[in-house]
Design a protein around this ligand. Sequence first.
Ligand code: ADP
Ligand code: ASP
Ligand code: MG
Length: 420
Amino acid sequence: MSRLVMKFGGTSVGDVERIRRVARIVAHEKKPGRGLAVVVSAMSGETDRLVALAREAGGEHSNRPAIGGPGFDDEYDVVVASGEQVTTGLLALALRQMGAPARSWQNWQIPIRSDSAHAKARLEAFAADTLGPAIDAGEIAIIPGFQAVTAQGRITTLGRGGSDTSAVAAAAALGAERCDIYTDVDGVYTTDPRITQKARRLERISYEEMLEMASLGAKVLQTRSVELAMAKRVKVRVLSSFIEPGQPNPGTIVCDEDEIVEKQVVSGVAYSRDEAKVTLLGVEDHPGIAAEIFGRLAEANINVDMIVQSEARQEGRQNLVFTCPDREAPRAVETLRAARDKIGYEDLHVRRDVAKVSVIGIGMKSQVGVARTMFSALAAKGINIEVIATSEIKISVLVDAQYTELAVRALHTAYGLDAA
Ligand code: ADP
Ligand code: ASP
Ligand code: MG
């Protein structure tokens, strides 16, 4: 007996016609000796609509406690999780109408457990003891993505894009041969195909590269889903839900590095516009100051990313630059202003019209000159680099947001990624 997990994103289940096509794809994959579990997202636009409704009822975002905190987020989750529940029923109905045995499983019926960090909960356990035998007996299980229940039985959601993580968790728990993520593109591309027509579909990508791509802005897979797949060795395939069953649809396999024969120096270019740059000028230079600043930011639940420290012109002073998600910038500024006396800095600036552009590739580990190619390509387009950050397999730069697309296209060409 083998098992397969399939996941369909919002656009793929955007209306009843599309849900019927998904039902045909699912029915096509149902084979004797193979159990099927299908994870679905809310219909496209539905989660945004529900979030807006919850905000309308619960007050403006600025009045709400930090996300994940107590107060509003548990009820926000009750509202927002309903989108996926609707899709489970609709897909089960469409499958039954085709004569396929399907039933929906809500998160508490499985159960799928998480911690109680509402709106950004982490999965803790995905039970397979009832679900597994049910699918082995031939029933197609339709499961809502993006959600779980706490030990107290309260509904949680896993953060935007979280259905990918639900699907990988299902595949790990069920010991599935693979987790097929069906979406509105036919695989993982060298860069977001919406930015350039020259982007190419990758046949394979390593977990490490996919993890960097996702965390640096390529939202084709949620970052946590890749982390989980890597930790649990779940083979993931990304493919199109717009191709009729039976037609070629190879997609992209996310797998171990050693399963990739030809390693590219750079496999992809990612970007994120959700960035802000905060500069602290003339910070007193003594041990413990960075701990003080970043400790306060951590307490305020601010996700700091790039950090650069440099000597200021005055003796005994430093300048400190860091980036954080744009929506967290006002809170970062508030936190630092409130602690000005304690930290001791001269001035504070924030720029919110910045973007992060990154190149990613495992081949970088053993190649010199990768950074030079990046800097030269950007210089040739007159794009100024504000901050640089590197790791073994990626280089990121912060640039003026108006040059995001230009930078992505220039780098895509410079690293020889353009489609012929
Ligand atoms: P779903 O609703 O199926 O979860 P998402 O919208 O979350 O789909 O993710 C698919 C989108 O990710 C694509 O439409 C594409 O614009 C975007 N994307 C960004 N970077 C990439 C990339 N490198 N390869 C493929 N798609 C990408
Ligand atoms: N529906 C949720 C969202 O829009 C989860 C998902 O689609 O993965 O974020
Ligand atoms: Mg998604």
